[in-house]
Design a protein. Structure first.
Length: 80
């Protein structure tokens, strides 16, 4: 059940991260896929830092941070 929640929040986070990273996005589908991976990455980073990311708002916030971070890293490789 939690896996489905990660996918849903990752899709939302990918959409929001694509809007935050103007010009740094890769298109809607790729942003959504990177959002799913970024959601897991954000949860992992928040866990390492000891920041509680529980609940709907915390999970979505950590997913957005992870998706923005992943889009930023991916955009660095695209420009090279």
């Amino acid at each position: 059940m939690y896996f489905i929640w990660y996918i849903i929040t990752g899709i939302i986070a990918g959409f929001v991260a694509g809007k935050i990273m103007r010009g740094g996005g890769f298109g809607l589908i790729v942003n959504l896929l990177l959002g799913i991976v970024g959601g897991v990455l954000g949860g992992w980073i928040f866990g390492l830092l000891g920041i509680p990311g529980g609940g709907i708002i915390g999970g979505l916030a950590s997913s957005i941070v992870g998706a923005v971070l992943l889009l930023w890293i991916a955009s660095m490789f695209r420009r090279v």
